[in-house]
Design a protein around this ligand. Sequence first.
Ligand code: C5P
Length: 285
Amino acid sequence: MKKNVTIEAPAKINLTLDIKGKRADGYHELETVMHQINLVDHIHLQEAEKGVTCRSNSTLIPDDESNLAFQAAELMIEKFGITEGVNIFIEKNIPVGAGLAGGSTNAAAVLEGMNQLFALQVPSPRLQELGATLGSDVPFCLLQGTAVARGRGELLTPLTKGPRLELLLVKPDYQLSTAEVYRQFRMEKITKSPDTLAFLNAWGTEDIDGVCKYIINVLETVSIPMVPEIENIKQQICSLGAQNVLMSGSGPTVFGIFKTQQEARLAWESMKVRYQESFVVSSYR
Ligand code: C5P
């Protein structure tokens, strides 16, 4: 019997996202609070004779080397001299091209899953280091929970305390390329930056009003002009009772923070009529 393992791959939202400048390597220097939510893909890994295959229940993601999960498997085989192969099946629930780290979390799950499947006992810091070579969000996806990410996104400070969030997520019928959003980003277009310290104080004391007050994402200056519907969705979710709303990552997904799951669900009843990709979710942990 071939061994197999199934790993949960949760999506993330960015509660704050600040850009400090452009780096010599072409990436942007970030300060962002990332938070995992219980919108989850399931990654099934099965030991194989040789090589990597990658299949999915979604037609929106590639099944070849261009899939980050595929690259993660090849990386593990190469780095740890694995002589067998692996068959990957991605049960996709997270919207694609949404600003929710769907690709990164799948790659992180493959790294973690192969570590288990082949009993490699690779320590977490080494796995995160490998993850960073695949994508800036992969180390956070391996760490899990909530964290401040700096540098390219790979320098992580975990936040252990914090409130549980009740959220409504709405994705307009567009996909945005993260690379394209960053390419179009201009520091001089920023009108307000997050006060990350104030956010962290509110977060650490579970002051939900403070948390809601300090959520800001500077990438909205790029993504909203590209997809004006983001602003429209923000206003709709606000008028349905959210304490505050924000775009996640490079977008275009918008999340609203609600006092209770029941309120989030009521708002979802209205939004789902127009937006198929709407979800009532909570913090993952
Ligand atoms: O690291 P990852 O491949 O996920 O990033 C996708 C794209 O987003 C990069 O090619 C880069 O253009 C941009 N990016 C950036 N600064 C970051 C993270 C990502 O410019 N800190």
